[in-house]
Design a protein around this ligand. Structure first.
Ligand code: F6R
Length: 610
């Protein structure tokens, strides 16, 4: 969703802002804009559509000469995508300009209040209410005007604020929306996330909800709303600059698919000490685990599909009842939560609004919350009782790939950790899983090494279809859901994912001659049953691509038109191994259709609105 960037230093600000916005494009947007402090005033340029429009309008940033500015990519919520609704928004007295990520829930009340005071509004946005409120409250003290404005706002926001009064100092605040402050040498930054400014700095401060940051080229000061100084320790991120660049790949998605072996290594290998799983400081006491009645795993989208794999693994191996929930449904169904439940929230970005809300609800009902998160210092990571980082590195493509597989791997670690503590698993099985998790990065590497050509060819055979079916049982059903989501979100081909055994209860009526069915049959335990379901669709004319473990090619070959053979690990490991093949398939289908793979229409990387 919306992306924010801000700069103050000695360099010309506009090219840096445009560069930062480029790095934030993946979050999803439909217009963009920058505001730069110049000649005692604020100059602004905004453009509907692609960032290139703004780049052209500003001659690559050369047209604005100032050394401090803010920039924004807008994903429309209130008001259509248009130049006038784009950010930055400027107050009617021209004293303040600001960019905003989030939603101001009471903006209509604020507008009505200000209109009664004689203010006029130009845009349809909720954001304009904030900048006009700043104008209203400004009586000579910027910090005071910001504090008074914040006291009136309901909703979520990250704001970057320029004023006409400070030629090299700007302001930033956040509440329930992501914002980081990047610390440079004689220059400082704000951004919606770290990759946007990694080129300039690896040192960051994370402002807390309600802090007011005052940012000049040489200093970053933080205050609470009472004007008292607050301190937050800076920290360093070890992500390299290349990790936020395409590195020769045509798309971030393809690069991130190929980064999975390395990402999985980072997730898994440092977490093992021989056969024991290191807990990253998480302690579950004997009493806590003894009293634990239920685990809820709560997430959205692909993270939810990872949760499904985790449920199978944990329930089966830890013998603790485990439920998975879509975060957007969880809190509205009144789940039975108390101190004897553990809520595991999963989020790559750590900023997904529904998951944040679910986490807060679980905490409010006394459930301990463990977060599985990729982005360090994100809202979920900060608010959860415990955090297990997935360590995937920055994920830029909107469609998650390494984010998903590292979540699955982290859930396995969690399962093993609980199983070890509760002694719910035999030593032999436990050690087998540890050995296989250690071998997982190499297995995924093999999938990537051995299947690219075949999957590319398959994609060319299938890209013209307008509907597909993904089927599987057990963990293969979770895999089918993820495979279908990948295909539909980037290629816009409708993909229906179904538990293979359920097909005959309705959906099979959709199968006709030539219907493409992607059958996930990687699990041994349910292989025969899935094979029967494949026969059912084959006999109705479906064209089947089947994913199987090595050794099953011949049996499956008798039914399916195409068989993708995958390294044979335990069934539990296969969703990770096979996901890489399904990601490649989706990628090449979307490439064959010339889709905008990294930034699919209507989608945003971090979904910061409910
Ligand atoms: C699909 C995808 C989304 C996310 C979902 C949750 O490829 O990326 O479905 O998985 O929006 O996002 P996070 O994990 O950041 O909470």
């Amino acid at each position: 969703m919306c992306g924010i960037i801000g700069y103050t230093g000695k360099r010309q600000a506009a090219p840096i802002l445009l560069d930062g916005l480029k790095m934030l494009e993946y979050r999803g947007y439909d217009s963009s804009g920058i505001a730069v402090s110049e000649n005692g005033g604020i100059s602004m340029t905004k453009a509907k559509g692609r960032l290139d429009n703004l780049v052209k309008l500003t001659d690559g940033g050369k047209s604005a000469r100032g050394t401090m500015g803010i920039g924004h990519t807008r994903w429309a919520t209130h008001g259509e995508p248009s130049d006038v609704n784009s950010h930055p928004h400027i107050g009617e007295k021209g004293n303040f300009a600001l960019v905003h990520n989030g939603i101001i829930e009471n903006y209509l009340d604020i507008r009505a209040f200000l209109c009664a005071k004689g203010f006029t509004f130009r845009s349809q946005t909720d954001t304009e209410a904030v900048v006009q409120l700043l104008e209203y409250y400004y009586k000579g003290d910027v910090k005071e005007a910001i504090a008074k404005t914040l006291n009136k706002l309901r909703g979520s926001y990250a704001l970057g604020i320029l004023t006409r009064f400070d030629p090299d100092t700007f302001y930033a605040v956040r509440k329930d929306s992501p914002l980081v402050i990047g610390l440079g040498d004689g220059e400082n930054f704000i951004a919606s996330d770290m990759p946007a400014v990694l080129k300039y700095t690896h040192d960051f401060i994370l402002p807390e909800d309600g802090d007011i940051a005052v940012i000049s080229p040489t200093k970053v000061e933080l205050f609470n709303r009472n004007g008292e100084t607050v301190e937050h320790k800076p920290f360093k991120v070890d992500w390299d600059v290349e990790s936020a660049e395409k590195g020769g790949f045509p798309h971030f998605m393809l690069k991130e698919i190929h980064e999975q072996p390395k990402a999985l290594e980072q997730t898994l290998l440092p977490r093992f000490d021989g056969y024991s799983v290191k807990s990253d400081g998480i302690e579950f006491s004997k009493e806590y685990l003894g009293a634990l009645k239920k685990i809820f795993i709560v997430a959205c989208g692909s993270s939810y599909h990872a949760a499904m794999v985790g449920k199978y693994f944990i329930e089966r191996n830890c013998r603790i009842s485990t439920e998975v929930d879509l975060a957007s449904e969880f809190r509205y169904r009144s789940p039975v939560l108390d101190e004897n439940t553990l809520t595991v929230v999963i989020s790559q970005s750590g900023e997904t609004a529904d998951t944040i809300a679910a986490m807060r609800d679980a905490k409010a009902h006394c459930s301990r919350v463990l977060a599985i998160v990729n982005v360090v210092g994100s809202t979920i990571a900060r608010e959860a009782d415990d955090v297990l980082y997935t360590r995937a590195g920055p994920e830029i493509a909107v469609a998650t790939t390494k984010g998903y597989t590292t979540q699955v791997a982290t859930l396995m670690l969690l399962g093993l950790f609980i199983a070890d503590a509760t002694k719910s698993m035999s030593k032999a099985l436990y050690e087998k899983y540890v050995d296989e998790l250690k071998a997982l990065p190499a297995a995924v590497q093999r999938v990537l090494d051995e299947n690219v050509e075949a999957l590319q060819k398959l994609a060319y055979d299938y890209f013209a279809f307008d509907k597909t079916f993904f089927i599987g049982r057990g963990m293969d059903y979770a895999l089918a859901l993820e495979g279908a989501l990948k295909l539909k979100e980037i290629s816009y081909i409708h993909a229906e994912s179904y538990a293979a055994g359920e097909l005959k209860h309705g959906t099979i009526s959709l199968i006709e001659k030539g219907s493409p069915v992607i059958a996930c049959a990687t699990g041994e335990e349910l292989f025969e049953k899935t094979l029967s379901n494949i026969k059912e669709v084959r006999s109705r004319g479906a064209s089947v691509i089947a994913l199987v473990k090595e050794g099953r090619e011949k049996t499956m070959g008798a039914e399916a038109q195409h068989v993708v053979s995958l390294p044979a690990l335990s069934d539990e490991m296969m969703p990770c191994v096979a996901a890489a093949a399904l990601q490649l398939f989706a990628y090449y289908v979307a490439a064959a259709k010339s889709c905008d793979i990294d930034k699919p229409r209507n989608l945003a990387k971090a979904v910061t609105v409910e």
